[in-house]
Design a binder for this molecule. Structure first.
Ligand code: SF4
Ligand code: SF4
Length: 494
């Protein structure tokens, strides 16, 4: 049973697939590789129907900045590029490849020769690697953004606070050397003096693996981060580790931090060692309706139906399938969904776990405020958004919302608060609104979490007088000092 803490949700640490080795999936008969992987991207296919393709072969170049090239995840014959109506992003193009089961390697797949920074960036650009969990942003874009910004620490995000999902932990456990080497490579290339590897406190085996692999490497430190959702959010994680607050609209690099996913640097190190671009994705397959919950490595473009079959099929009739974790994931309508570059889980639930999700009226319970990691008041922000009251939205610091979805998850009235928060922020996104929100934040409008003690007084339903807690307020500054003194809320392991 999940529990709301002051700023966040604590889920039970038990995950059915924890400790399960990641199993490579049998190659399906066909793969359907999405040509467009994020909004605004343009891809230029370089193979056509009838062409033979090999594993790791470049099949589509990036046609616009901000997208990563696409490589074939299988060997076989390219059949067509089609718009597939069953997919979630209806109308987008998919490259359909009939596999031959041989997984013949493309001769171009070999470790890149890197003698200088230019060659490093070009190699990463060609790898097709995206930063997991960041809307498929190419890794090279993350590195280029950080270059020349005087980054003081590289933070590796190895937290995995959502229930069910265990694939990040298993990747860290399976490839601790790649984690260490990928981290050090990025630090060396960007001239970053220190690296912090942040791992969820529940991931005990992963923690001891990392601990042993980084022993003697003085530039790296390991932090065990307390297990609560959304501890993996950049703003929350930086605050947990350093006590510093990321202002709304600012990127971690603006504060001297570069945050990358643990699986991202693992893939980077693997690519630099073997030359294999990003062609597969590891996912946790779980939920009460799956016969054999597993961690699997699936070729990109594999249908959800094939993955389900690999996991023994349905144990009970599936009522809902989610790609990603139960809080941040997206429900899929069809089993013809194709696995993309940053999918982390496929959860299948029966009727038992999926009560009817019809919205009802707000009951004023304030659970949404209690769980908000930014100490916001989603209920009141929702109201102000409905009436279009921008001044009230600014007063309530709506721009500080992290889009984490925790408020939607806990709402007993099943109100899609996350969508309301997005709408509220869109009302503030004009230049004047952004300026006002920035000024408010600069004055220290809100800090993540650490808001125990406020909840009780607000639960009575009284109108908040700026729910966001002032960084200069006594409770907040005390918390921040405590965090710094103890090395953040997590625990420094090394
Ligand atoms: S959690 Fe839902 S029902 Fe409770 S106060 Fe917030 S919006 Fe209203
Ligand atoms: S989505 Fe925004 S308002 Fe809701 S809990 Fe997360 S940070 Fe708070």
């Amino acid at each position: 049973m999940a529990r709301v803490r002051g700023g966040g949700i604590v889920f039970p640490e038990k995950k059915a697939t924890a400790g399960m080795t990641i199993m490579p999936m049998a190659v399906p008969e066909k793969v359907y590789i999405p040509m467009k992987q994020a909004p605004g991207e343009v891809y230029l296919p370089i193979v056509g129907p009838g062409d033979r393709v090999r594993l790791g072969q470049l099949i589509a170049e990036a046609g616009s900045p901000g997208c990563a090239p696409i490589h074939s995840s299988v060997s076989g014959e390219m059949i067509s590029i089609d718009r597939l109506s069953a997919q979630m992003d209806k109308g987008e193009l998919y490259m359909i490849i009939k596999t031959d089961g041989r997984q013949e390697l493309d001769p171009e797949v070999r470790p890149p020769k890197i003698r200088n920074s230019f060659e490093f960036f070009e190699a990463v650009r060609g790898s097709g690697i995206v930063d997991f969990g960041r809307n498929r942003t190419p890794l090279v874009s993350m590195l280029e953004r950080a270059e020349g910004k005087n980054i003081k620490a590289l933070i590796i995000n190895g937290t995995e606070p959502e229930p069910y999902v265990s694939v990040c932990a298993m990747n860290i456990q399976s490839f601790p050397e790649f984690l260490r080497d990928g981290t050090l490579t990025v630090m060396d290339r960007l001239g970053i003096p220190s690296g912090i590897i942040a791992v969820g406190s529940g991931m005990k085996d992963a923690i001891s693996m990392v601990q042993s692999r980084i022993a003697g490497e003085s530039r790296l430190s390991l932090f065990s981060v307390r297990n609560f959702f959304p501890s993996g959010n950049d703003t929350v994680l930086i605050h947990e580790l350093t006590g510093e607050l990321l202002p709304p609209g600012k990127a971690p690099e603006d504060m001297g931090y570069l945050v990358l996913g643990a699986q991202t640097v693992i893939k980077l190190a693997e690519f630099l060692t073997t030359g294999m671009p990003l062609v597969s994705r590891s996912l946790t397959v779980d939920g009460d309706a799956v016969s054999k919950p597993r961690n699997v490595e699936a070729p990109i473009g594999t249908h959800a139906a094939d993955i389900l079959e690999f996991c023994g099929g349905e144990k009970k009739p599936i009522r809902k399938m989610i790609i990603g974790g139960p809080v941040t994931g997206r429900a899929i309508e069809s089993r013809e969904y194709s696995v993309g570059k940053d999918d982390s889980a496929m959860l299948c639930f029966s009727e038992l776990y999926t009560p009817h999700a019809r919205e009802s009226a707000c009951i004023g319970c304030m659970s949404c405020a209690d769980c908000c990691p930014m100490s916001l008041m989603p209920r009141f922000i929702m109201r102000a958004a409905i009436t279009g009251d921008r001044d009230e939205l600014r007063r309530l610091a709506a721009a500080s919302c992290l889009d984490c979805g925790a408020c939607s998850f806990v709402c007993p009235a099943r109100i899609a608060l996350g969508d309301r928060m997005k709408y509220a922020k869109s009302l503030l996104s004009d230049a004047a609104g952004a300026k006002a929100a920035g000024a408010k934040s600069a004055a220290g409008a809100v800090t993540p979490a650490g808001r125990a003690g406020e909840a009780g007084s607000q639960k009575a339903g009284s109108r908040p007088s700026g729910r966001g807690r002032s960084a200069g307020s006594s409770s907040s500054s005390k918390k921040t000092r405590e965090s710094k003194g103890k090395g953040g809320r997590g625990e420094r392991k090394k």
